[in-house]
Ligand binder design. Structure first.
Ligand code: CMC
Length: 427
């Protein structure tokens, strides 16, 4: 029996091939649907639509599984560095130690920014949200690095990918420095990727900065947890922007803009603000009731996910890391207790059980980042920094595909039909 999917529309029956990936649900290939039936499919939030083929990241949302190139996020976050995971995402295999050294050296060599980019920062108000600065400055890279923007050339694509991964920590740290009125700190290429970022963020020219290894390791792990996540909204934005052949730096700026929203990367900032607002465990029931109330727009931030209908595996690692960081830094943050109790109460509440709402990656990350010293406005910036490798890997995968086409969704039009124009004087 044919494995095709059959569609009956009116008196006609059509048949569409069913494609299988290496794992995960099959997909119905409807590329010929419009030509054959004159109809489109309708799926506004892409809830049932695969927008591309990809070999990078796999999520089983029911089982709470996340794999990068086949390796589990638990193993990667336990045993790898962010540089190693970046190499894996870009190249498909784990590096040998020589390959990892060379890759890290290459990234390190690109950490400095064109000096003129520093003048861009001064155009922003001091109280500008650092995500606004990130959108602007990353977009502006497209005006500086012309030698690597022939996207049909794999070498150019590689160089611009390396530049983006390398320069994001510098750009992010400068956004922070600008907001607190401190001088920019240049990269120190003797440090690790993450150690260098910490120094550029928290160091000052007046005194030496010593990287705390516990903080460095925890932040590196947070970067690993955010490195890629399949076809999420910002990644799909990068792909859609890139599908027209747009400049890679501009595409990543588009991804940053999308990530900023509170339903996506902005949730880490919103989650910590929510936990602070709740403040003490006795207020939790009130907020749970609000989250369940259909007439109240309030949602539990850091809870729920389009794909995970089980515990987000990144949240499990994140919760463990919170404990490690708070213990190592000797921080007693009462907000962590609020988070633990909120999680427990929500997971035992019929509303959250029935809707399969679990903590996601953003629920605990803010507590760690806050303990390290980042203000809440920087949380989504750190997400963007880490997700850049996923964005460029996905962008590269798309451009390398010989069958790639410009992304161009269709619509169900519900506006007026053609009508006669009435001149201004007659209206
Ligand atoms: N609190 C209360 N109710 C919720 C929540 C929540 N956090 N999330 C979903 N629901 C309810 C929602 O009201 C809906 O109920 P009903 O079926 O009665 O209308 C049902 O659960 C399904 O929600 P949805 O909005 O249709 O699901 P979605 O897949 O479109 O949205 C989501 C997923 C992540 C946007 C949503 O769960 C949410 O807004 N969560 C809070 C924001 C957040 O933590 N975002 C970070 C996501 S993970 C990291 C990232 O992607 O950047």
């Amino acid at each position: 029996m044919s494995n095709d999917a059959r569609l009956i529309a009116g008196n006609e029956e059509y048949s569409y091939p069913v494609l299988s990936g290496s794992v995960g649900p099959d997909v119905i290939d409807i590329r010929k649907l419009y030509a054959q039936t004159g109809m489109f499919t309708y799926d506004p939030g892409f809830t049932s639509t695969a927008s591309c083929e990809s070999a990078l990241t796999y999520i089983d949302g029911d089982e709470g599984v996340l794999l990068h190139r086949g390796f589990s996020i638990e193993e990667l976050s336990e045993n790898s560095s962010f540089m190693e995971v970046s190499y894996l995402l870009l190249n498909g295999e784990l590096p040998s130690s020589a390959e990892l050294d060379e890759f890290s050296r290459t990234i390190t060599r690109h950490t400095m920014l064109h000096e003129q980019l520093a003048t861009f920062y001064r155009g922003f108000r001091r109280d500008a949200h650092p995500m606004a600065i990130m959108c602007g400055v990353v977009g502006a890279l497209s005006a500086f690095y012309h030698d690597s923007t022939d996207i049909s050339d794999p070498v150019h694509r590689k160089i611009s990918s390396h530049r983006l991964i390398a320069k994001m920590p510098t750009i992010a740290a400068m956004a922070y420095k600008y907001s607190v009125g401190q001088p920019f700190v240049y990269p120190d290429n003797s440090l690790s990727y993450t150690g260098n970022f910490l120094r550029m963020t928290f160091g000052v020219p007046a005194e030496p900065y010593v990287v705390n290894p516990v903080v460095e390791q925890a932040l590196d792990r947070i970067f690993i947890l955010h490195a890629d996540h399949e076809q999420n909204a910002s990644t799909s934005t990068v792909r859609l922007a890139g599908s027209s052949g747009a400049n890679p730096f501009a595409c990543i700026a588009a991804g940053i803009a999308c990530l900023w929203g509170p339903a996506h990367g902005g949730a880490n900032e919103a989650a910590l603000n929510m936990l602070k607002e709740i403040g003490t465990p006795d207020k939790i029931p009130h907020y749970i009731e609000r989250a369940k109330d259909k007439n109240d727009p309030f949602r539990l931030m850091g809870f729920g996910h389009r794909v995970y209908k089980n515990y987000d595996p990144r949240a499990t690692v994140m919760q463990k890391t919170v404990r490690e960081v708070l213990t190592a830094l000797k921080v007693n943050d009462p907000i962590f207790e609020v988070a633990l109790q909120l999680e427990e109460m929500a997971l035992n509440d019929p509303y959250f059980i029935e809707k399969k709402l679990f903590p996601n990656v953003d629920f605990y990350s803010g507590i760690i980042l806050s303990a390290i010293g980042f203000p809440t406005t920087m949380f989504t910036v750190l997400f963007a920094l880490a997700r850049t490798v996923g964005w460029v890997a996905q962008w590269n995968e798309m451009i390398s595909d010989p069958g790639q086409k410009i992304g161009r969704p269709r619509q169900l039009y519900t506006g007026p039909t053609a009508r006669e124009y009435v001149p201004l004087d007659n209206r």
